[in-house]
Design a protein around this ligand. Structure first.
Ligand SMILES: NC(=O)c1ccc[n+]([C@@H]2O[C@H](COP(=O)([O-])OP(=O)(O)OC[C@H]3O[C@@H](n4cnc5c(N)ncnc54)[C@H](OP(=O)(O)O)[C@@H]3O)[C@@H](O)[C@H]2O)c1
Length: 277
């Protein structure tokens, strides 16, 4: 049974979600349907992933009641701006086949474009109109967050950021805790790369009789972040969800965090410079 975490608006969301970023153009309908059937209730997509139609189809095919599922989507760079943000939300609703998006994020801050505050103002309106449930951001630095709060008074519920053992985001998580923002971790397994064969991860997996991926996901949950692992395989979807039957020691958590590297980002996507439209 997945535990939940409380957002700053009182809403509860599952403590682990399902990522759908489509690698190699794969279709997301079947993986999404499987994921919901095995127990995921937090689903992550984005207009930019061009898979919202298939994610929506997977949600409907699962047969699980709409109210039980927290659907997340994100606003891409090309739709930053007061009016443009409304267009983005309309497009996502139409693609997903939904009347409301439960958690909606600004995908990247694009500081050079400098329209994220205007975009945020429109998301606040859409939340107040009931079209969006909770609103948040993704890939925002402390500086971007402070500006949103100073200029609008509204603190994002969530900041979805790159986070895995090679990039544990110690300072950013501290800033989120001070502001009351829940951290969601993207690429929580480091895209299935080297983190899963690190000796400290293997040792903890051995000690608890679990897999390396379960150690890494448990590390996220014990740090209070919400990982959103992606997997096409039903076995791995189940494996990634089964992380509530053991507890890592403080020492194990600290040694996984110690794998962090200054240049630990997988693809060098620095939010101050990275642009995606
Ligand atoms: N906000 C943003 O800017 C942003 C950026 C990137 C990603 N995201 C979101 O975050 C989600 C997750 O990130 P991600 O897909 O980049 O990386 P990830 O979840 O860390 O890793 C996915 C990779 O790990 C493999 N994998 C999954 N479970 C495994 C297990 N138990 N053991 C070994 N390998 C396993 C998967 O392969 P199989 O499929 O073969 O199992 C896949 O290749 C995305 O899908 C997307 O929704 C957001």
């Amino acid at each position: 049974m997945t535990t939940t975490i409380r957002l700053n608006n009182g809403t509860q969301i599952p403590h682990i979600g399902f990522g759908t970023f489509p690698h190699d153009g794969e279709d997301s309908a079947e993986p999404t349907r499987h994921a919901i059937e095995v127990g995921y209730r937090l689903i992550d997509t984005a207009l930019r992933y061009e898979n919202e139609r298939s994610v929506g189809a997977g949600i409907r095919a699962s047969g699980v009641t709409r109210d039980e599922i927290v659907v997340t989507s994100k606003l891409p760079g090309r739709h930053h701006g007061r009016d443009e943000a409304r267009v983005a939300v309309r497009e996502s609703l139409e693609h997903l086949g939904l009347e409301r998006i439960d958690l909606y994020l600004i995908h990247w801050p694009l500081p050079k474009l400098d329209r994220y505050v205007d975009t945020w103002k429109t998301l606040i309106e859409l939340r107040d109109e009931g079209v969006l449930g909770s609103i948040g951001v993704s890939n925002f630095t402390s500086e971007h967050l402070d500006r949103l709060v100073t200029e609008t008074g509204v603190v994002p519920a969530v900041n979805q950021i790159e986070m895995h053992p090679y990039f544990p985001q110690v300072d950013q998580r501290r800033a989120h805790a001070e502001l009351g923002i829940v951290t969601e971790s993207w690429s929580p397994l480091g895209r299935g790369g080297g983190v899963l064969s690190e000796p400290v991860v293997l040792r903890a997996a051995d000690a608890h009789g679990v897999t390396p991926a379960q150690v890494v996901l448990r590390w996220h949950v014990q740090l209070g972040t919400v990982p959103i692992p992606k997997s096409r395989s039903i076995e791995r979807q189940l494996e990634n969800l089964a992380i509530h039957g053991f507890t890592l020691s403080d020492q194990e958590v600290a040694s996984v965090t110690a794998l962090g590297r200054p240049d630990g980002r997988i693809a060098g996507q620095d939010p101050d410079a990275y642009e995606e439209f």
